[in-house]
Design a protein around this ligand. Structure first.
Ligand code: HEM
Length: 343
């Protein structure tokens, strides 16, 4: 009996010990993982990686090189950024750009080119001088290269790499990247010059409200009077100024990493840059459409610098009257036969 009791005491003792060990173990592990203030102790051996990530939002190792950022091992925002960059941004850009292209094609097929209703008069008037045209084309050509080289970053790996092969795609992308970086400078200068050159003609006023109410010159067949630039052109102007400024600021944050912002700021800058670029490209497609196949006589304004008098009467009647009124003060405003050079 005494031996039986001794066995029972041993079994009960062992069970009690097991209970204490199982209950106490997680508590002691939690003590090691948590600091007394409840925060995660990153040096605890049992600490869970995802716990650390959730609390610190970044996991850094130690590196002996001067660039301490190289010790960054994990950052959850990096995964969100990659998801945005690989999936969301290409979708946004494709919808915005292809949507605009489709809208323009449908518009062209239903509306057709806006003609000079009274036909050409054979007399022309200066619309843009050589300097204005030079700044316009400098900015526009940089924009086209920036757009194509930028879209290569968004879509190239998906669309071009399978066609060209990875080596050719890498070589092309490197050149595209050089072009994107270096042409950003003349582009930015061009945006500043455009701002200074045409701001006085692009302040919205009552004439624009009337112009919009009457559907501009392109939606119906009405041609409401407009000054040098109509409300639609003013909108394009401000898109260029604001879009150009936004893409320049965010672009330089990316081009000069870690000068003005950390990794999360750069991720935001990249997302904004990509979305602004898509909207900007779509808006410029509309601008290119109206300046070429959308409107008879428009391209020559920026090509040769002059427009036909009947074009000017139809689309910018108030501007034509103003120019004619000051015709005595220089080549501007003088109406001359097409083909004769300005004096
Ligand atoms: C001053 C102007 C600009 C600067 C400094 C600039 C700079 C940059 C930089 C540094 C990148 C990141 C490149 C990389 O990841 O290696 C980038 C990407 C990009 N840029 Fe620009 N850029 C400028 C203007 C523009 C303009 C005007 C457009 C469009 C017309 C544009 C379109 C894009 C696009 C689509 C991307 C790729 C976005 C992505 O998928 O990540 N950029 N830019």
């Amino acid at each position: 009996m005494a031996r039986l009791l001794a066995h029972a005491r041993f079994i009960v003792g062992a069970l009690a010990l097991m209970f204490v060990v199982t209950v106490a173990a997680p508590a002691s592990a939690q003590q090691a993982v948590r600091n007394p203030d409840g925060s995660v102790n990153p040096t605890a051996s049992a600490v869970q990686e995802d716990q650390l990530l959730r609390q610190l939002r970044i996991i850094d190792g130690r590196v002996s090189i001067p660039d301490k950022k190289a010790g960054n091992l994990e950052q959850p925002a990096g995964r969100d950024w990659r998801e945005f960059h690989q999936k969301t941004l290409p979708w946004i850009a494709a919808i915005v750009i292809l949507g605009m292209l489709a809208a323009l094609i449908i518009f062209y097929l239903t509306r057709g080119m806006v003609k000079i209703e009274r036909g050409r008069s054979g007399r022309v008037i200066v619309r843009f001088n050589a300097l204005e045209r030079f700044f316009h084309w400098m900015t526009a050509s940089c924009f086209i290269v920036l757009a194509l080289s930028g879209l290569n970053i968004t879509f190239g790996k998906l669309l071009l790499a399978p066609i060209f092969g990875i080596d050719a795609f890498a070589a092309w992308s490197q050149w595209a990247k050089y072009a994107h970086n270096y042409l950003s400078f003349p582009f930015t200068i061009g945006v500043v010059l455009i701002l200074l050159m045409w701001v006085a003609n692009n302040i919205p006023n009552k004439v624009d409200v009337e112009w919009v109410k009457r559907g501009g010159g392109i939606i119906g067949n009405d041609h409401p009077p407009a000054e040098r630039f109509n409300a639609g052109q003013k909108m394009i102007y401000w898109i260029v100024i604001l879009g150009g400024t936004a893409s320049a600021i965010t672009g330089y944050l990316l081009m000069f990493p870690f000068y003005a912002t950390g990794i999360e700021g750069m991720q935001t800058a990249q997302a904004v840059h990509g979305v602004v670029a898509a909207l900007f490209i779509a808006a410029m497609l509309g601008h290119i459409y109206i300046g070429t196949i959308g409107m008879e006589g428009a391209f020559e304004a920026m090509g040769e610098g002059t427009v036909d008098e009947n074009w000017a009467r139809q689309h910018h009647a108030l501007w034509l009257d103003e120019e004619k009124a000051r015709a005595g003060s220089g080549p501007r405003g003088q109406v001359r036969a097409a083909g004769t050079p300005a004096e």
